[in-house]
Design a binder for this molecule. Sequence first.
Ligand code: UFG
Length: 329
Amino acid sequence: MAILVCGGAGYIGSHTVHALLERGEKVVIVDNLQTGHLEAVNPAAIFYMGDIRSDATLEKIFTENQIEAVIHFAANSLVGESVQNPLKYFNNNVGGMQVLLEAMVKFGVDKIVFSSTAATYGEPEKIPISETDATNPTNPYGESKLIMEKIMRWVSRANDIRFVSLRYFNAAGALESGEIGEDHTPETHLIPLILQVPLGKRDHITIFGDDYPTPDGTCLRDYVHVMDLAEAHILALNYLRNGGSSEIFNLGSGRGFSVKEIINAAEKVTGRKIKTEIGTRRVGDPAQLIASADKATKILSWTPKFSSVEKIIADAWNWHKNHPAGYKS
Ligand code: UFG
């Protein structure tokens, strides 16, 4: 039996595939390579280039392989783009989930682990954020992921399907060996953008606002190492295998770091001075996003092992230094 990883050529998907293969799992990947990279596809996995919105593609995959469970990463994930083009997000993210679940029901595949996000909460009502807190997304990306969770909830009540939804906070870092890492176009995430300065690809990093109600005035985020996220998917898969019921879990380190603290840590790791400029606030950025991951610790026995800021930045730096143009270098 194999695990079908939808979006296994993307950032978090490729790292999870690596972890699954290390555990001896058989892996089948489907990815349309719209944002994923062929170079990130692990050669030890069976790969289908295709779109999960195509029922014919899924029919072929489910017919040709014995799929035990699905881990679903295939989605668009840029907050800004989702505000400009909401229909792209509802078509690809929500539409993809619908077709995928239809195929799972048809072929009797009863377990799905889903890549969700802190963006489902919107402006937090309290810190740290718990899974029971209100969900009021402030952008179509977060809304699409919340709708996808709700679709799974309804389908799990009507059909023999159980799901685990993992709401990541700020995913960062790379595989320690530097074989795979983060490569987004456009890149919008803080750590890869900071590292473009010591790489000589960018003159400075703009800090989006230093007048927030936080200790140094810059936003606090909860950074979690991509390999800790990968491990959580494996724990979630085994939880479902052991008969666990459908659940939602936050994944974060439980600690908040400011934009300035991340820049200071990047200077230490790279040994280079990083020039900064203070810019205006980015629309929609909450002052703080910090997870309570107590539920994942209690129920999945998940504890982040690599999520110190130094380790996250050191692994990201190792990847970017050796792949300054991402997978194209
Ligand atoms: N930032 C800067 N300058 C930059 C880029 C980012 O100051 O050039 C700041 C942002 O304002 C924010 C922090 O760095 O305070 C982190 O920004 P990222 O874009 O790296 O990440 P976000 O916190 O915006 O995004 C995360 C997840 C998304 C999720 C979102 C929910 O990566 O998937 O939280 O708000 F949608």
